[in-house]
Every structure is written in structure tokens, then in C-alpha cells.
Design a protein around this ligand. Structure first.
Ligand SMILES: CC(C)(COP(=O)(O)OP(=O)(O)OC[C@H]1O[C@@H](n2cnc3c(N)ncnc32)[C@H](O)[C@@H]1OP(=O)(O)O)[C@@H](O)C(=O)NCCC(=O)NCCS
Length: 190
């Protein structure tokens, strides 16, 4: 049945350009390199990242994870950037479940333990948000975290993602169902 709405953004909005580097002041967000495997492996060995992202990773899986990003960019479904400084990889920030028809996506982030407490996630997310709204033209970015993950709630609020409510029992972690805070930022937010 024909839809009465038109696509918010056309196909090719991502795939029509190479995935760019994004400048975040002291930080540089860049596409993953094949030699970032050790950083990804270290990330998914960290108990907090395992807890909140609900996965483990072997060396081969870390390589596959890195190798998949160019394909996901060209399929216009997801995108990930390595968050780096002069010393190397500090974390990850990205877009998930990109929906060009509706002009929306979800955001994801983690920071390696040694780089925590320096607002790395919020600074990276702010740069990604500017790119998503100003250069891609997305309308809405959503962010969900467990209500037990207070650090993630701080990141969301520091990056201007307003708390919209709580979805009860909405995500399953290894210890069972969690209530999830729903945050979002719109392109029209100031
Ligand atoms: C959540 C996370 C991305 C925050 O990144 P960050 O760059 O350290 O964020 P901030 O510097 O803004 O710190 C946020 C909060 O983390 C906590 N924190 C600060 N230093 C910390 C440290 N060294 N280790 C752990 N947590 C710390 C504090 O509660 C801080 O809030 P406050 O500044 O109001 O006290 C990071 O802790 C992380 O990767 N956690 C595991 C994965 C995860 O939760 N991902 C998000 C899933 S929705």
C-alpha cells in the first residue's frame, strides 16, 4: 500500500560519500583501521563494556567487527568511529539502526577504562550529533541506557539528549530485564 509520507532523506545519504573523519577538538573521530584490533579486544574484555553491551569478543571476532563497518556504512544501516587522541584509541561512538526514510538513528558509545572520567564520550557524541544533523540531515537521534547505568545517563545529558521517559523491562542483560531510559535529541533542539 502506498505511503502518504515521502522519505525524510534519500538513499545514498551515507553511501554516497566516504565515511569522514570528524573533528572533536582534542579528539579525532575516524573510521576503524585493521590494526585497531587490540583496542577493540581490550574494550570487550572490560567488565563494564561487557555488562552494558552484552557481548564478548575473540581476536578473530574483533577483526570481523572492524571489517564489517565499511559494509554497514554502504548499506546505510550503521556506522562507527574510533574515538582517538595522539595516544591512540580511547573509545567508540556510532550510529545504529539508521532509518533514512524517517530521518532517525540511535547512538552508541563506549570508552576504554583508562580514558574514563574526562568527558570523552560526551565530546565524541557531540561531534557525531553535529555531523548527523548538519551534514547528513537526520532529524532525530535516540539513545537508550539501562536505568542502572548512571554514567551513561550523565553522557546523554551532557550531550544534550533530553530524557523522554522510561521503557519498563525493555532490554535483556545477563542479569535479566532492565528498565531503559529513553533520551533523544532533535535537529531543531537548541
Ligand atoms: C558510560 C561511559 C561511556 C562514560 O564515558 P566517559 O567518557 O568516562 O564519561 P564522563 O567522563 O562524562 O563520566 C561519566 C560518569 O562516569 C563516571 N566516572 C567518572 N570517572 C570514571 C572512571 N574512571 N571509571 C568509571 N566511571 C567513571 C562518573 O559517574 C561520571 O559522572 P560524573 O562526571 O557526573 O561524576 C563509560 O563509562 C563506558 O564506556 N562505560 C561502559 C560502557 C557503557 O556504559 N556504554 C554505554 C551503554 S548505553
Amino acid at each position: 500500500m502506498p505511503l502518504l509520507t515521502t522519505p525524510a532523506l534519500p538513499p545514498g545519504t551515507l553511501a554516497g560519500r566516504p565515511q569522514p573523519d570528524l573533528d572533536a577538538g582534542d579528539l579525532l573521530l575516524r573510521p576503524w583501521h585493521p590494526d585497531d584490533g587490540q583496542a577493540v579486544l581490550a574494550a570487550y574484555a572490560d567488565p563494564a563494556i561487557r555488562r552494558w553491551h552484552c557481548r564478548t569478543m575473540s581476536g578473530d571476532e574483533a577483526r570481523d567487527w572492524i571489517d564489517a563497518w565499511p559494509r554497514r556504512w554502504h548499506q546505510e544501516t550503521d556506522a562507527s568511529w574510533a574515538v582517538t587522541d595522539h595516544a591512540g584509541v580511547l573509545g567508540q561512538v556510532g550510529l545504529r539502526a539508521v532509518d533514512l526514510y524517517e530521518g532517525e538513528a540511535a547512538v552508541s558509545y563506549w570508552v576504554l577504562p583508562a580514558a574514563r572520567g574526562q568527558r570523552v564520550a560526551a565530546r565524541a557524541l557531540t561531534a557525531l550529533t553535529a555531523f548527523a544533523f548538519d551534514r547528513l540531515g537526520l532529524h532525530r537521534l535516540g539513545l537508550r541506557h539501562s536505568t542502572a547505568n548512571g554514567a551513561s545517563c550523565q553522557v546523554a545529558q551532557r550531550a544534550g539528549f533530553h530524557l523522554e521517559g522510561t521503557n519498563r523491562g525493555a532490554a535483556r542483560h545477563t542479569d535479566g530485564w532492565h528498565d531503559m531510559h529513553v533520551h533523544a535529541r532533535l535537529r531543531t533542539d537548541t
